[in-house]
Design a binder for this molecule. Structure first.
Ligand SMILES: Cc1ncc(COP(=O)(O)O)c(C=O)c1O
Length: 383
């Protein structure tokens, strides 16, 4: 289907469901609906983006204002200013009950993850990672000569902590966890993960990637950041790319013990404050982190869409894993031909990871994105 036909399809289906009160072709789709305050913000109208686990609602209005308000100051490095690295670190530290010295900022969380891969993997050490997961560290560290041990998730698609712990040896420099995990969407029970981190961090550094933690309503109870104050050898990464709706701004951070954060910051940034994330992204992050209304709304919309998604999968008799994040992992039984069908319809999604070759991961996009996806899936043409 070409894009014009797709727009027609979307327009018709929105009229049919009574969801549309205004419609703009200029920016892909723009729905102002009293019933469904879900607005697609894309301008590139070539594809349906169900691939990167972005938040289609963001950035929030307050964040957009903060960004435009600092644009005029782009001639300056982001230092000695209300939106600079020190101010953002302080804000995060206050939220997490930590010191700014426990925080390292990065261009996305990707950057601190790569730094961790270099730091812990460049001397040929062993790094233990779960599988499947969003494995920046394993992929990068392998390139620079580290030995990567992948530990498969258990039969419930949860991280197999017992198996992971049993693999730790004297040559293990790092063990990584992703919670909630991408792509499975599963979480580890909080006390169980805390005990695991306490135990394993006696032997090696544990890094917990919490890119999706804010999708849990009481996320503060679930974060492993509190272990840092207990003196555990634990690193935690977070990002503004997911629920905060700021993927394009490239801003994220790592939290950890003061001496390790100091070592990483001095090694990878040379401590040069001008090379911290840019002023617009820091203004965005500092505003977003305080915007609880937007976080609530994002969680609420995500829950609604996820429930709709489950119902559709059940209707098609497809097996899925209940998710705690903004994506769902499901078994399409033949990912290769499923992906082909999706590509033909310009739907971007992920899947086909080696140990689960027929599972797909779909981001919870707008309702019309999801309806469009299932419209294409109904005929089960990929089976
Ligand atoms: C689990 C996880 N961690 C980290 C990232 C990196 O995100 P960013 O570099 O945008 O912070 C992603 C991106 O999809 C992710 O899924």
């Amino acid at each position: 289907m070409d894009i014009l036909n797709r727009r027609e399809w979307l327009k018709k289906s929105l009229i049919a469901t009574g969801a549309m009160s205004s419609f703009s072709l200029a920016g892909f789709i723009e729905v102002n609906s009293s019933a469904e305050e879900v607005k697609c913000i894309e301008n590139d109208n070539e594809v349906v983006r169900l691939l990167y686990n972005e938040n289609h609602l963001g950035p929030s209005a307050s964040v957009k204002k903060a960004m435009t308000d600092v644009m005029h100051r782009s001639n300056r490095y982001a230092t000695f200013y209300k939106y600079d690295a020190n101010a953002l670190k302080q804000l995060i530290a206050d939220q997490e009950g930590l010191s700014p010295k426990n925080i390292l900022l990065g261009h996305g969380s990707f950057e601190p993850l790569i730094w961790a891969a270099i730091h812990f993997g460049s001397k040929g050490e062993e790094i233990i990672v779960p599988s499947p997961t969003f494995d920046v560290i394993g992929l990068f560290a392998r390139k620079i000569g580290a030995n990567i041990t992948q530990v498969e998730v258990d039969s419930a698609f949860k991280m197999n902590l017992t198996d992971m712990e049993s693999r730790v040896s004297a040559s293990t420099s790092l063990l990584t966890i992703c919670n909630p995990n991408n792509p499975t969407g599963t979480v580890i029970e909080t006390e169980k993960l805390k005990s695991f981190c306490r135990l394993v961090s006696e032997k090696t550094t544990v890094l917990v990637d919490e890119a999706y933690i804010h999708f849990l309503p009481s996320w503060r109870k679930h974060t492993m950041a509190s272990l840092i104050n207990e003196g555990e050898n634990v690193l935690v990464t977070r990002t503004f790319s997911k629920i905060f709706g700021l993927a394009g701004m490239r801003i994220g951070f790592m939290m950890g013990p003061e001496d390790l954060i100091k070592e990483l910051e001095s090694k990878f940034t040379l401590g040069f404050p001008g090379n911290m994330p840019n002023s617009i992204s820091m203004a965005a992050a500092m505003t977003a982190i305080k915007d609880n209304t937007f976080l609530e709304k994002s969680r609420h919309e995500n829950n609604k869409t996820r429930n709709l998604f489950y119902k559709e999968l059940e209707r098609l008799n497809l097996k899925y894993i209940p998710s705690e994040a903004n994506f769902v992992y499901f078994d399409v039984t033949n990912f290769k031909s499923y992906k082909k069908l999706m590509n033909e319809n310009k739907i971007l999604l992920a899947g086909g990871w080696p140990t689960k070759p027929n599972w797909a991961r779909v981001t919870m996009g707008t309702n019309s994105d999801i309806n469009y996806l299932f419209d294409k899936m109904k005929g089960k043409k990929w089976l």
